[in-house]
Structures are given as C-alpha cells and as structure tokens.
Design a protein around this ligand. Structure first.
Ligand code: FES
Length: 245
C-alpha cells in the first residue's frame, strides 16, 4: 500500500504499526458503487488507487461476456498497478500524465462512447469532478461515481435542534459541530465510519425537517426526497430535524 504523505490515518497506520501477526478488526464491505450487469456497454474509468473497484467491475463484466471500455489513468508509470492483468482487456486505454503531458481528457472519452452506456469512475477528487461535468447531460441512472474523500465541506453552521424520535431526546446542534459529534457527546451510539460522507454507515431516516445534504452517497433524486441523510456531514436547512433514532 502506498504511503500517503497527507494520510488521514489509514496508510500511516499500515506503514507504522501493521506487522505480520497483528490482529485487526474488520467489518463486512458496504457497496455504494454497484455494477449494472445488464448494461449494453459499460465505461469504467479508474484514477490511481481508484482502479481497485474498477478492476473488480472489469473482471465481472469480462466473466459475463459484456461489452466494456476500460480507462486507467496514473500520474506516472511507476504508479500503475495490475498492469499484467489489465493488458488482457481488449479495450484498455492507459493514460500516464507524465508521458501524455497532462491529465486524461475525460470529456473526450465520454464523447466517443455509446449514449446508452453506463459510466463509472473512481479516482481523486479533480478526476471525479471532471467526470461528473462530462457526464452531466446523461440520465443520472447511467452515471456512477465512488468518492473516497469528502465531496463537500461538512455543514457546521449549527443553530438547529435535532429530535431523536425513538429515544425521546432533543439536542441542540451548535456552530462548529456535526449532528454525529453532538450525538456522540450526548452518549448516543450511532453507526458511523468515515465521518466524511463517503461510506454510508451513518445513513439515518429523516422523519421531518429539511436536511442540508453534503454527502457523496445519495443521488440527487434521493437528496431531493429527504427520506434519509448522512448525519456525519449533513446539517439542517431549517430550525428542526426529527430523526428515526
Ligand atoms: S460515517 Fe461515512 S457517510 Fe457518515
């Protein structure tokens, strides 16, 4: 695993503390990036470490005999992973920034693909932003992205009340705190993991009130429906939220 100089904990821990024989607790994977196996054509775009879920999708589509285009972009050739395996894919486009003199032209890739294709992207923030811009004209159901860092700043304005319907508690959210932090401070146990709106662990049902959605999990129609919210990063657009907790 590559050591990230800006590690948020994971890669530092792997390099500094993880040794053969150390026992670590893991949870089952949660899939917020499902593959549509019925698509006539799929376009898989991976950037850097983002190739990990993309390669799993490519393997599955290959096993099913489905049509796909696989695009893998890295800063430098030394960063390329799984090269031997990737070379076995017919429609592989490998882009090396250092050799091409710039980043991948995602809009150019999208333009050359069939309009009914399903598009997938996992990679660093700027790549995902370029991908979302390039696919903005497509039906949302055909566009799939996987963020592994926060897409937006958390809502920290505060100044509203969160009512927990099932436990009968009512808590004030002050400026500078997320709902999750307020619940933890009050001793309320809720599922959570990334605390950045990218894993979906803290998804909570909203019974009333309008959330200020800041996560990278819910689709735009899901955000508009306001049925659930990620309480680690999203806030409230009014004075009160009632949650199913
Ligand atoms: S804890 Fe991961 S989305 Fe909230």
């Amino acid at each position: 695993m590559k050591r990230d100089p800006k590690s948020r904990g994971g890669s530092s821990f792997m390099h500094e503390q993880l040794r053969p024989g150390v026992v670590i607790q893991v949870e089952p994977p949660r899939n917020n990036f499902p593959l549509n196996e019925e698509a006539e054509h799929s376009v898989l775009v991976g950037g850097g470490i983002g190739i990990t879920p993309i390669l799993c999708m490519a393997r599955r589509l290959k096993a099913l005999g489905r049509s796909m285009t696989l695009v893998y972009s890295c800063r430098d050739r030394v960063d390329v992973a799984f090269l031997e395996e990737l070379r076995s894919y017919e429609n592989l486009h490998l882009h090396i920034d250092a050799e091409a003199g710039g980043v991948l032209d995602i809009a150019g890739v999208v333009k050359t693909q069939p309009a009914n294709a399903h598009f997938y992207c996992c990679g660093p923030g700027p790549m995902l932003a370029a991908f979302e811009a390039a696919t903005a004209h497509l039906p949302p159901a055909q566009v799939h992205v996987e963020y592994f860092t926060a897409k937006q700043e958390a809502a920290l304005d505060g100044g509203y009340t969160v009512e927990l319907k099932r436990s009968g508690k009512s808590l004030q959210v002050p400026g500078g705190k997320t709902i999750l932090q307020v619940l933890k401070d009050a001793g309320v146990e809720v599922a959570h993991s990334c605390e950045e709106g990218v894993c979906g662990a803290c998804e909570t049902r909203v019974l009333s009130g309008i959330p200020d959605h800041r996560d990278a999990i819910l689709s735009e129609p899901e955000k508009a429906a306001n049925n659930t919210m990620m309480i680690c990063c999203s806030g409230c657009k009014g004075e009160r939220l009632v949650l199913d907790l």
